[in-house]
Design a protein around this ligand. Structure first.
Ligand code: FPP
Length: 245
């Protein structure tokens, strides 16, 4: 799905981002890793605005994975503080820019006050019709599928559904991303070329773009570079080019 043509190029409707390299960016400057995350959080807000202005309809960012709990306690605390601050401080801006925020991931493991501020922001912005901003927190693709499968299995146990009647659409409807179109483009910053348990179901036909730029240095020009690269891709979804039949 593509949202619109701008300057003769297709703007992907849904862009997902693995924001990698905060730690390396900080280390290069002799700063603590948490300084990289702080700058990274500022960049998220700017890229959300840039993506919106370019016509992107959905932006999903990987802020904290199910595996990130194994980082030093101080770093986990700093990341949670940044996320808490975002939830508590961005309501006015989201209203002004018509942004709808949704957090994906297992929220039940987060501190109660963070859960509460997420609920407030999600509820207050849910009817906004501008860009849809998904923040993945305590998110893992396998964990998301596991939770979805458990919920579907409960429907089978209760006799509401038969196993043979389960469809791909039903599985998608039991994921955190229910109702959100699959990403068209996935960007990963700072050299690494792997999916790291992000949106495993949803990225079945997503185009991947990798850049050497660390997340804190990512800007609108980089975003446009990724979109330009996306425009060079030939999305066949397992089929053939139209001219090849
Ligand atoms: C990966 O870099 C980045 C993270 C694990 C955290 C990303 C989180 C943010 C940018 C803050 C999000 C804030 C909002 C408002 C959504 P890394 O630490 O793994 O970097 P490294 O590979 O260089 O060590």
């Amino acid at each position: 799905m593509c949202s619109e043509m701008k300057k003769d190029r297709i703007i992907p409707a849904h862009i997902a981002i693995i924001m990698d390299g905060n730690g390396r960016w900080a280390k290069r400057r002799g700063l603590p890793r948490t300084a990289g995350h702080k700058k990274g959080a500022e960049v998220v807000e700017q890229i959300l605005e840039d993506a919106d202005h370019l016509g992107v309809r959905y932006l999903t960012v990987y802020a904290f994975s199910t595996e990130n709990w194994s980082r030093p306690a101080m770093e986990v605390k700093a990341l949670m503080s940044l996320l808490r601050r975002y939830m508590e401080s961005s309501l006015v801006k989201c209203e002004k820019n018509n942004v709808a925020v949704r957090v994906i991931g297992d929220k039940t493991k987060l501190d109660k006050d963070l859960q509460a501020s997420i609920r407030v922001l999600e509820e207050a912005t849910k009817d906004n019709t501008g860009i849809h901003f998904q923040i993945a927190i305590n998110y893992g693709g396998r964990d998301e599928i596991l939770r979805g499968v458990r919920n579907l299995a409960k429907r089978i146990e209760s006799g509401e559904t038969k196993a043979d009647d389960i469809t791909e659409e039903m599985i998608a409807a039991h994921l955190d991303t229910a109702g959100i179109p699959d990403p068209d483009l996935l960007i990963r910053t700072c050299k690494e070329q792997r999916i790291s348990n992000f949106l495993l179901w949803e990225c079945a036909y997503t185009e991947f773009y990798y850049t050497d730029v660390a997340w804190p240095d990512f800007d609108k020009a980089e975003l446009e570079r990724a979109i330009d690269a996306y425009n060079q891709r030939d999305r066949r979804y397992g089929g053939l080019d139209s001219g090849e039949q």
